[in-house]
Design a protein around this ligand. Sequence first.
Ligand SMILES: Cc1cc2nc3c(=O)[nH]c(=O)nc-3n(C[C@H](O)[C@H](O)[C@H](O)COP(=O)(O)OP(=O)(O)OC[C@H]3O[C@@H](n4cnc5c(N)ncnc54)[C@H](O)[C@@H]3O)c2cc1C
Ligand SMILES: C[S@@+](CC[C@H](N)C(=O)[O-])C[C@H]1O[C@@H](n2cnc3c(N)ncnc32)[C@H](O)[C@@H]1O
Length: 662
Amino acid sequence: MQYSNLIWRNGQPYNEMFDDIYCSADRDEDISGENEFDHVFFRNNDLPQRWQGRDSFVIAELGLGSGLNCLLTLRQWLKHCAACGEDRTLHYIAIEKYPLSPQAITDLISGYPELQQLCEEFVENYPPAVATTHTRHLFDNRVVIHFRFLDACEALRAESLKVDAWYFDGFSPAKNEAMWSHELFLQVARNSHDETTCSTYTAAGFVRRSLQDVGFKMSKVRGYGKKREMLKGRFCGLQEEGLKYGDKPWFKAATGVAVDKGRMTGKRISVIGAGIAGLSLAYAMVKRGWDVTIIDRHGAVAKEASANPAAVVYPRLSADNGVDTKFYTSAFCYSVYMLAVLQKKYWQQFWFTGGLLQSMEREKLSAIIEKNQFNEDYVCLDERQLVGSGLSDFMDGEESEVFANYRNAGVVLPVVLCTALKELCGEKLSMLHSDVSEVTNNDDRWQCMDGARLIDESDVLVVANGTGINSIGLQSVFPVGGVRGQVAILKASDKSKEISQTINSGKYITPAIDDRHYTGATYARNNTSLEVDPDDTEMLLRSVQQRFPDVFHAEDISASWVGIRSMSGDRVPIVGAVPDTAFFSKEYADICHGRVTKCYPAARHLEGLYVSAAHGSRGFTSSFLSAEIIAAQINNEPPPVSKDVLDYLSPSRFIVNHLKRG
Ligand SMILES: Cc1cc2nc3c(=O)[nH]c(=O)nc-3n(C[C@H](O)[C@H](O)[C@H](O)COP(=O)(O)OP(=O)(O)OC[C@H]3O[C@@H](n4cnc5c(N)ncnc54)[C@H](O)[C@@H]3O)c2cc1C
Ligand SMILES: C[S@@+](CC[C@H](N)C(=O)[O-])C[C@H]1O[C@@H](n2cnc3c(N)ncnc32)[C@H](O)[C@@H]1O
């Protein structure tokens, strides 16, 4: 995917592919884009009246384009928040298959001086041109933009949303059938609820009939400017048919499992584990106004896997596992975004960009790039000469090798990052020093015990304790094991400082950071020894020497570090609400027979209990997005990833697979 550029024709922002304009650039009151928005989308969705008394509101726009409708909506919402003096959040689902470049948006919005400030924040946080989901919390969390840089139908098919108002703005129906198809409106209906409204500038008969067919009560009303009529509608709901096998009822309640607010004793949450999973979760919740208590057996941050001296941040790309690539693509984009945002707020450097080269088979890499339409800024095929007798050969050797070049990848210093997260949470975060031996539920509250001592009690608890997940007496036992890894730190020399990108061909070596290179990591299952193993050190040295002969020597090794990764049986992180296993075993006992016509109840979870664990070898890529997934579930917000990704990460997948096997 590449950003689209803007073309001006007859003074209007024009799109050649669709032979249509994005919006009217006229400022004349009768035909301006601003007034058109106000009439067509805002007033005809009964806004701002429907915002009254709502803590949050969900708008979805099909065709984000220049962002004009979005920015005009945000301006109204921020005014509304200022008037009611309360923290409220607008969720804006911005769907766009051909995103304009940030420069094009800036140019177009420059015609609206009153939107300049909003536009600056919008553009500063605008996602990269990567076809996936990107979430941005703006204006002190009063606005969350859920960018879906995807085809509208494809995006909505993978969602399970409750949209309050739809803006249909996908160019003229005569010029862009895909944005007005029956299949798309079926997905719109699936993501609507009883109060949902919609509006559009078109009055086309087939659009009206299609929306009626899927359950909207449509009416024609006065149009804007030269258009005599337009359409508005209200969803009347479809007949509930009950959940069948194909609907995957066991994953149905994965969103909306938040604790009943009526009985909640305040926005306070507890987290077990002060590694990157727990701290990124704490940060996500503090951003939403919650108070967080982290309980850790070391009483300090980053003392186990997250004590890794340097972690490489890059995505995991798979040729045959689309949903895995989907998760790690979103996660990587979000992690890189968050690391840059956090770095700006913190005095000590923890984030070192510079890119990463990963050895990969040419065919595999080409297929991945092709399938996902990745652009060169995300990943490209890079053929290099990296084998030889010294660094000069690093540039000019004769044998060439194929690499995936991730230009935005980098290296993070985990201890500094975790400290930064803790400090940035400020007084909203408190730490408890305790080794939780058991988690129990008493009167709907989660209690953390240290032996016989009650340490902490809360309505919402997130278990983010890495390798300790199965040692706190949870009802579910997760297939998680420890994988030992060792890394070595090497002193940099003038020659080694020529390495400007991390290079990873099974083992990685980073560029020099404060005169040190980091190389790793070994990978050993069924070994939990935290002692440095000299054989591992030797093996790591040999590996860098093979890559860079004459550059690194045994005496350059200044330190080694050993840690244990927490890895699930399927090597996928475990993120989300914890299943009520008794309910699953009873209600889904027969799913091994695959009865497609039988109706099943939606899943039940242990209310207020969540897990973020098993981040494996990629915790610094996966934790930030995982934290957002859980924070969205707790707060009943639209999720930051599509439904298939939620299901893929779900803690329920193990019991479901077990029951399916019979
Ligand atoms: C050698 C090695 C190299 C790695 N390299 C990379 C890399 O390059 N890039 C990358 O992204 N990732 C890398 N990783 C993986 C990464 O370090 C982990 O995925 C990440 O740190 C996991 O974070 P976490 O918060 O889930 O777990 P942890 O950091 O282990 O945090 C869990 C916390 O829970 C606490 N805890 C556990 N049980 C209890 C209890 N019962 N009561 C109270 N507290 C408890 C622990 O004290 C700990 O602080 C590497 C890992 C290793 C071992
Ligand atoms: C009329 S413009 C939207 C104008 C926009 N609402 C604004 O405020 O500037 C229509 C948009 O729909 C996008 N689009 C076209 N086909 C699409 C599809 N199949 N899926 C998602 N977006 C699509 C176009 O790229 C274009 O940006």
